[in-house]
Design a protein around this ligand. Structure first.
Ligand code: PLP
Length: 293
């Protein structure tokens, strides 16, 4: 088992919140592990157990050069004694960026493929070729989203959110895996709002619904995905976003990144300023980690 550190839920005090009569909190799940942080811890938990149970020695996964998932998988492999291989989209760029340098320092083997090849990442023939080349492995898909990842996020909702009093849970959405798990875990008892970090995030509504339904056999009410807070698209940033992240860091000692959590928190503050939330609402923002960019 990966080590786990229990995380606090911190209240944020701000004039904007007082005016709107909103109570705002952040669940600092980014502090749950020094390297396998935030949602990645929960997405990997049951995949790592399954790999051990099946007797695998090696984990193989996919990602881009800035992927928090690659970073976390490398660290988890090192902690639990797996070998690890990452299939990286695009050409090798030296010196390695922080994400890949860290993954390599964990013993992760980095294998670069063209963008065209990378598109075959779920094709069984391509996976077979990888097995011929690298030997047997436990496959974790791109971004780490699969049924066992959702199982972990359901467990997070049951174990770590059930003790908190709130009306809305807000989180950033990449593949929809974490959102699906939290929606299935909260079972419509609370409203869940996801913030797409992708430019054309509309497909995430269907994708999240499908993931939650495939996992639990049910459809859940009281959740949706905001698609207007991508700030230009995946890993894109604007001055406005950078200013906001700086303000959160200085005024509230809240560290955010511009790929995921910065966009979500900016979206929550914008909705609050537009009086989206009823007066008296309690909102929890989930800090999903990923501060190594
Ligand atoms: C990976 C990641 C996400 C996206 O999670 P999905 O399950 O792919 O939607 C959100 N926030 C952070 C910090 C991440 O690293």
């Amino acid at each position: 088992m990966l080590k786990y550190i229990d995380t606090p839920t911190i209240e944020i005090f701000d004039a904007v919140l007082e005016k709107a009569e909103i109570k705002l909190f952040v669940k600092r799940e980014d502090q749950n592990h020094p390297f396998v942080s935030g949602n990645k811890w929960w997405k990997l938990k049951y995949n790592l157990q399954e790999a051990k149970k099946l007797g695998h020695e090696t984990l193989l996964t996919f990602g881009g050069a800035f992927s928090n998932h690659i970073f976390a998988t490398g660290a988890a492999a090192r902690e639990l004694g797996f070998k690890s291989i990452a299939i990286i989209r695009g050409e090798e760029i030296l010196p390695l960026n922080e994400t890949l340098a860290f993954a390599e320092s964990c013993g992760m083997k980095l294998h670069y493929v063209t963008r065209e090849e990378y598109r075959s990442k779920t094709n069984p023939e391509f996976i077979d070729q990888l097995k011929k080349r690298f030997g047997d492995f436990y496959l974790i898909p791109e971004g780490g989203t699969n049924e066992l990842a959702i199982k972990g996020c359901v467990e997070f909702a049951h174990q770590k959110l059930s003790g908190i009093d709130f009306d809305f849970l807000c989180l950033p959405v990449g593949t929809g895996g974490t959102m699906a798990g939290i929606v299935a875990g909260l079972e419509g008892q609370k409203t869940v709002i996801g913030f797409s970090v992708l430019k054309n995030g509309d497909f995430l509504k269907e994708e999240t619904k499908r993931l939650a339904r495939d996992f639990s056999g049910k459809e859940f009410p009281d959740w949706h995905i905001e698609t207007d807070y991508h700030f230009g698209g995946y890993a894109k940033r604007t001055n406005e976003l950078d200013q906001f992240i700086l303000r959160m860091s200085q005024q509230h000692k809240l560290p955010l990144d511009f790929v995921y959590t910065g966009k979500m928190v900016a979206g929550v503050f914008d909705l609050i300023s537009k009086n989206y939330f009823p007066k008296g609402s309690k909102i929890v923002m989930l800090h999903t980690g990923g501060l190594r960019l």
